[in-house]
Design a protein around this ligand. Structure first.
Ligand code: SF4
Ligand code: SF4
Length: 180
């Protein structure tokens, strides 16, 4: 039973999602990022994405679809490599084991040395757009910024798929959407 909610196509949903993320990125850039450390001078680039004790980014199905769309644009051999990494990460960190995935952390398979985040500017998850390294706690964007956008993304998923699906660790969602 879907109720009276007006459904939209996945294509339209992806376009709205992109707009929402672009707006968020601009908001973070203008309002907060200038007080954060610049990634250009980072001594450990990618530490934020590869820290297996820290990263626990979960994404919605529509975001999974957006990321798969970016991967589809890569040369076949590169895409295959990423998907292999996705599989290996799931295995290594046991991301499909147990009920509660929110206590699991992993090194993100979308980070590539030299390139950085493969979906930067195209399909980054909300917490990744908001994340930066701030020296002073008071300079951090409020947690509500992430929470509110994630609620909007969740609502958008509902409009596209007609139901509320669980958010999953990024690698698990990618595996399901890419059917690997
Ligand atoms: S977010 Fe922090 S750890 Fe990640 S690349 Fe930028 S400065 Fe380095
Ligand atoms: S999606 Fe991109 S920014 Fe987010 S953890 Fe993975 S590589 Fe880093």
């Amino acid at each position: 039973m879907v109720g009276t909610m007006k459904r939209i196509s996945e294509k339209k949903g992806l376009a709205i999602l992109r707009e929402l993320k672009d707006t968020l990125a601009a908001e973070v850039h203008e309002g907060y990022e200038h007080r954060a450390k610049s990634c250009d001078v980072c001594e450990t680039p990618g530490a934020c994405c590869l820290d297996e004790h820290f990263v626990n980014v979960h994404i919605s199905p529509l975001e999974g679809e957006a990321i798969i769309g970016v991967l589809e644009g890569l040369p076949e051999d590169r895409k295959v490599k990423v998907l292999r990494r996705v599989d290996a990460v799931i295995e290594k960190y046991g991301l499909e084991d147990g009920e509660d995935t929110f206590d699991k952390t992993y090194a993100c398979p979308l980070f590539e040395k030299g390139t950085g985040c493969l979906v930067h500017g195209k399909a980054k998850p909300v917490p990744c757009i908001v994340h930066a390294c701030y020296e002073r706690k008071e300079d951090l964007p409020p947690a509500s910024l992430t929470a509110e956008r994630e609620i909007e993304v969740d609502e958008l998923n509902r409009r596209v798929y007609g139901r509320r699906d669980a958010w999953l660790p990024l690698p698990v969602m990618l595996k399901r959407r890419a059917k690997i």
